[in-house]
Design a binder for this molecule. Structure first.
Ligand code: PHE
Length: 337
């Protein structure tokens, strides 16, 4: 048989082998058998010396062509088979990857952590207390007279047993002072509840961070310096602070705390209602009557307290115009933080 016929024969053998639907491992064997170092095609190449000189080139071309056909045949079939396996197992390695949504902290939690971190550096510990309070802790011990309007059904959620949902974090001051002797330097973060008409600026629950510092010779100047430092850290180095006289039953004197609007830097804009100032909380020197209700010596100790609304601070910082967004938990809102 001539070597030329041999080439044709090998081709049809190979085609048959491919047509016999080999397994993937068989296919690899076929590749070795034809194209391997000791394979059939290399044998053929070696026999080129037996071809008559004038047809050596023609023979070489034929064998090369067959080699290419075998290569292509094996490649095509094997890639088809791999894809088939993927399809039948539901696997498609060419699909784009699945993106997992990463969760993040709620903006109120983030704001509280940022605030806590600053007070931590100023030497404040963290204290917590119950959200269901006695009226004594929430009002009486804080020097609210029995007829004070804040006890009114309008503001306070009363429980059937006479307890209340705390309307501020100040009762934690009372619990802390009952439990520990001065010096006390602590912040008290937590949820508070008020029975208010709900609108863009008011919600029936929100968060406060309260601060209390009690020792000998604590002054109003220290209070102002501490809040100033906090505001500079939180809102920016160029922010200014303003105390406005106010009233709280548990502090005397009492102040409302304003910072310069960081949007317009005091010039006046929509956010600060053209005043250049934004209110962030209340503060004052602890009223001696409060010390009396926790059996502290009001002649020996003085102290300051402050309270800030966390939602309000977050709204100012992030330019959020509706407090309800914090409680609806719409992912499109939360995703932005
Ligand atoms: N407890 C006050 C309030 O909720 C805020 C406050 C705290 C004011 C501490 C003065 C000192 O309105």
């Amino acid at each position: 048989m001539s070597l030329f016929t041999k080439v044709d024969e090998l081709r049809s053998e190979f085609k048959q082998a491919l047509a016999s639907s080999p397994a993937l491992s068989d296919l690899e064997q076929i590749r070795q058998q034809y194209l391997g170092r000791k394979g059939v095609l290399n044998d053929l190449f070696k026999q080129i010396k037996d071809v008559e000189p004038s047809r050596k080139g023609e023979f070489g071309n034929l064998v090369n062509q067959l080699k290419q056909e075998i290569q292509d045949g094996v490649d095509t079939l094997s890639s088809k088979m791999v894809k088939g396996t993927e399809a039948s197992s539901g696997l498609d390695v060419s699909l784009p990857g699945v993106h997992y949504q990463r969760g993040s902290l709620h903006p109120i939690e983030q704001t509280m952590r940022d605030m806590k971190r600053i007070f931590h550096r100023l030497g404040f510990a963290v204290a917590e207390g119950p959200e269901i309070e006695t009226q004594w802790h929430n009002f009486d011990a804080l020097n609210f007279p029995p007829e004070h309007p804040a006890r009114d059904m309008q503001d306070t959620f009363f429980l059937n047993n006479g307890s209340v949902l705390r309307t501020h974090t100040s009762p934690v001051q009372i619990r802390l002072m009952l439990a520990e002797q001065p010096p006390i330097r602590s912040i008290m973060p937590g949820r508070v509840y008020r029975n208010e008409a709900i609108d863009a600026g008011h919600y029936c629950l929100f968060h406060q961070i309260e601060g209390l510092y009690v020792d000998e010779n604590v002054t109003l100047g220290e209070l102002k310096a501490t809040l100033e430092l906090f505001c500079r850290e939180y809102f920016g180095a160029d922010v200014k602070l303003r105390f406005r006289p106010s009233f709280f039953p548990f502090t005397e004197p009492s102040n409302e705390v304003d910072v310069t609007c960081f949007l317009c830097r005091g010039k006046g804009c929509r956010v600060c209602k053209q005043t250049g100032w934004l209110e962030i909380g209340g503060c004052g020197m602890v009223d001696p009557n409060v010390f009396r209700s926790v059996n502290y010596d009001s002649e020996k100790y003085t102290g300051y307290a402050f309270g800030m609304g966390v939602e309000r601070i977050a709204m100012l910082k992030y330019g959020i115009n509706d407090i309800r967004l914090f409680f609806e938990n719409d992912v499109r809102f939360l995703k932005q933080f």
